[in-house]
Design a protein around this ligand. Structure first.
Ligand code: EPZ
Length: 448
């Protein structure tokens, strides 16, 4: 099999040190089709552990992280059909999503091994379903990652409140329970996967669970929708208090993954930065309200329909500098912070960007500085000077969303930019090179 036809998400795909080579300066015109959301597909796949029936998922994006979740489920003896990973579409940026059928009736181990959890901390999403359905789970403690230590203490505190026993054993967490019992839980910090784990666990608990200070992300609400289709009794998902009346069993379902709001926001910012006219199609404008509000504030012209946003900007049009603080949904998402920062290097004044969710999410700043950006950081605050001319350079991706910001910087820089280690991008952006070149970016993937 030629290198170019390697399926996305296989180990060999990650090993190859691919890079993007980008010629800056092109304006962008055309349509980008948004794929299914990574952060919705992962909990949706984990939820299949809650039943012995088939769970059919449509619009699953072809991403490395989805490949890792497939690998994890199959290692447990769970059958997954239909996801042979993506094949690069010949040309163009059409979404090439796959559907997948998962059946957990053959499960033979309840362990999430270190090498997979280390690769993708979202593997922790199997914790809640395993304990609820089988009474036991053994999950490697996810180490930190580039953006922060990312503990799972709130997940474990919630499961303990439901009656589970938690112990540590050589870098693994062992969680056991006879039958989980409904409880009142209040999260000290809003946690997306923590909320998702607890909603899945409570779905099969005895009695009622109330979760306060729950995450309100659309991915949480879409997981709850799926669980309700599987027979769960859940009210309030998407708001900060969720009530779950446990049931004895759940059955299969067929659902489509919701559009990826972070992918959509990334392309909206790319179009605003590069200039031109781009339709971001198959998305949910309602899921990116905080970004659209900031774009309006920055004086960037956009129009929206029920499932698309068109961003239009003359190359010379002014971009107003903004002060933005990342917060839990529905406020400005941390996953778009790095991308917005690149746009603000083109602002008409100075911008202040405050990252409140993760302790180390400015890894893109040193790389942007190498391209001429004038950004000072003091703790979790970045002071971004506008009006800076970016120059192409050899730069290195460090984490998923930082990589996307480096690609946007390459699009608007003078000259050639080489972004190495783009396996970070392959974790969360489906065929980005096809989608960007499909709207006129001069960008190609090369293999070193
Ligand atoms: C989810 O991560 C997303 N991942 C992240 O997207 C996203 O950045 C993050 O939510 C915030 O929106 C998935 O959904 C798979 P958290 P998650 O628990 O759930 C602290 C991407 O780019 N915390 O909401 O791991 C934590 O350290 C990824 O797609 C605890 O202290 O994030 C952080 O500071 C990156 N204890 C804050 O809460 C816990 O037990 C929010 O984390 C859990 C979290």
């Amino acid at each position: 099999m030629g290198a170019e036809t390697l399926p996305i998400g296989t180990k060999s795909q990650k090993v190859a040190m691919d890079k993007f080579v980008i010629e800056g300066g092109s304006m962008l015109y055309g349509t980008v089709r948004i794929s299914g959301a990574k952060n919705s597909a992962l909990p949706a796949m984990a939820a299949a552990l809650l039943t012995n029936d088939d769970v059919h998922l449509g619009r699953v994006p072809c991403l490395a992280d989805v490949g890792t979740m497939v690998e994890l489920l199959e290692k447990m003896g769970v059958r997954t059909d239909g996801y042979e990973g993506g094949r690069r579409p010949a040309e163009g940026g059409g979404s090439f999503s796959k559907s997948i059928t998962i059946n957990a009736s053959g499960i033979n181990t309840h362990e999430a091994p270190y090498e997979l959890v280390r690769t993708m901390r979202a593997s922790v999403l199997v914790l809640g379903p395993l304990v609820a359905r089988y009474g036991s789970a053994r999950v490697s403690i996810p180490g930190g990652c580039a953006i922060g230590s990312r503990p799972i203490d709130l997940h474990l505190k919630g499961l303990t409140a439901l009656g589970a026993r938690v112990s540590m054993d050589h870098g693994y967490i062992d969680v056991t329970a006879q039958r989980l019992k409904g409880a009142k839980i209040a999260f000290d910090t809003v946690t997306v996967t923590g909320t998702e784990n607890l909603i899945m666990a409570a779905s099969l608990a005895q009695g009622t669970t109330v979760i306060r200070n729950a995450a309100r992300e659309p991915e949480v609400a879409s997981l709850a929708d799926q669980l309700v289709r599987m027979g769960a009794k859940i009210h309030g998902a998407g708001a900060d208090t969720v009530t779950i009346d446990g049931v004895d069993r759940l059955h299969g379902c067929a659902v489509d993954i919701i559009p990826d709001r972070i992918e959509a926001g990334t392309y909206m910012i790319a179009a605003a930065a590069a200039g031109g006219e781009v339709e971001i199609a198959d998305c949910k404008p309602g899921h990116v309200r905080a970004l659209l509000a900031r774009m309006q504030e920055a004086g960037i012209d956009y129009t929206e329909t029920g499932d698309s946003v068109v961003v239009k900007r003359e190359k010379t049009a002014r971009i107003k500098s903004l002060n933005v603080k990342t917060m839990p949904y529905p406020d400005f998402p941390t996953d778009l912070q790095a991308q917005l920062m690149v746009l603000m290097t083109q602002g008409d004044d100075t911008s202040v960007i405050t990252e409140t969710i993760f302790e180390n999410r400015f890894m893109h700043v040193p790389e942007l500085r190498r391209m001429g950006a004038d950004i000072k950081t003091e703790g979790n605050v970045a002071i971004v000077k506008g009006g800076t001319r970016l120059m192409g350079a050899q730069i290195m991706a460090t984490d998923l969303r930082a990589s996307a910001s480096l690609v946007i910087a390459g699009l608007i820089s003078d000259g050639t930019t080489e972004v190495s280690r783009i396996y970070h991008l392959d974790r969360g952006y489906e065929f980005m090179e096809n989608k960007l070149s499909g709207i006129g970016a001069k960008l190609k993937r090369t293999r070193t």
